[in-house]
Design a protein. Structure first.
Ligand code: HEC
Ligand code: HEC
Ligand code: HEC
Length: 70
């Protein structure tokens, strides 16, 4: 029920992360879903048990969801 896509809606307030973060947007496709990577590929704005509302522990577990070779 986001009010826009998972990049645009977040960068309204988080301007810095809109410019400097992991690559996101229509050019960056998540191979699992075929959808673009957005802020909510990694963050759940409803809150999680991890720091920064990450969907997984952010040092490795999060990254290897997509980057299998790390
Ligand atoms: C209406 C403004 C607004 C929008 C839209 C918004 N945020 Fe935030 N967000 C905030 C504020 C305010 C804080 C708290 C900042 C602080 O504590 O320094 C915050 C904090 C956060 C934090 C840090 C939490 C922490 O533990 O330090 C994350 C991550 C975050 N937002 C992600 C997102 C994501 C992803 C989206 C889009 C789905 C989003 N935000 C949309 C205003 C917003
Ligand atoms: C590929 C995963 C990933 C994506 C995509 C991503 N983030 Fe993050 N984000 C992280 C990780 C990991 C951290 C924790 C960094 C740390 O531990 O210092 C973080 C930290 C944050 C924080 C808290 C620290 C800070 O910089 O104030 C905010 C706010 C945030 N992200 C917002 C966003 C927004 C907005 C977007 C979309 C434009 C976004 N993130 C996209 C992984 C991601
Ligand atoms: C939701 C899936 C997803 C997650 C989670 C994710 N990535 Fe990525 N990442 C991608 C995609 C897609 C690309 C762009 C295509 C590629 O280079 O494989 C990318 C690109 C990158 C790049 C290359 C950036 C560039 O400018 O070329 C780095 C570095 C990277 N990711 C590191 C990380 C780290 C570190 C984490 C964990 C904090 C992480 N990724 C989590 C999907 C993801």
């Amino acid at each position: 029920m986001l009010r826009g896509n998972g990049n645009d809606v977040c960068v309204q307030c988080h301007e810095d992360q809109g410019k400097f973060t992991h690559p996101v947007g229509p050019e960056v496709l998540d191979s699992h879903t075929g959808q673009m990577v957005t802020c909510v590929s990694c963050h759940n704005p409803m809150g999680t048990e991890y720091k920064y509302h990450l969907i997984e522990e952010g040092k490795k577990a999060l990254c290897v969801l997509c980057h299998k070779t790390y």
